[in-house]
Design a protein around this ligand. Structure first.
Ligand code: FES
Length: 148
């Protein structure tokens, strides 16, 4: 019997990924873009579902809405990723396409902050998030043998 487990893969110290920035890293053989959006972390596979472009290298922006004519409003600035090849747009927080959210998406991974390893500190203090490590959790397969 096999069971899927999530394994945290370190990306960088929190201080190296400030608000509004991204880092593209290779984790477990996959190119993954990690984004800091408003202090929360999101990770997307760096491959566009259209033709395979490195989507995480695209421009971050928002989109316009209008509740009435001639009253445009820019929403979700910094949360919409535009693919550099043909301009498809994706919500960084979900990986879903802006135009077809139910059908098209970039693969996403859980991301967040873990405290530094206990052994890295000589004395014990309360750990703040700024001391932590940005991590992306990726599913790994563990094979468990059942005792018969
Ligand atoms: S490869 Fe991304 S929009 Fe075409």
């Amino acid at each position: 019997m096999s069971a899927a487990t999530l394994t945290p893969y370190p990306v960088c110290p929190v201080g190296e990924l400030p608000l509004g920035k991204r880092k593209i890293v290779t984790l477990k053989g996959r190119s993954i873009g990690v984004f800091n959006i408003g202090g929360r972390y999101f990770a997307l596979q760096n491959r566009c579902p259209h033709r395979g472009a490195p989507v995480c290298e695209g421009r971050l922006g928002g989109f316009f809405t209008a509740s009435e004519p001639y009253a445009p409003a820019l929403e979700r600035e910094g949360e919409i990723l535009r693919c550099p090849w043909h301009g498809w747009e994706f919500d960084v927080t979900t990986g879903r396409s802006v135009c077809q959210p139910e059908k098209v998406r970039v693969k996403s991974y859980p991301a967040g902050v873990e405290p530094p390893p206990e052994t890295a500190r000589v004395e014990k203090y309360d750990v703040t998030e700024s001391e932590g490590q940005v991590v992306v959790w990726i599913v790994t397969e563990n094979v468990e043998k059942l005792k018969s």
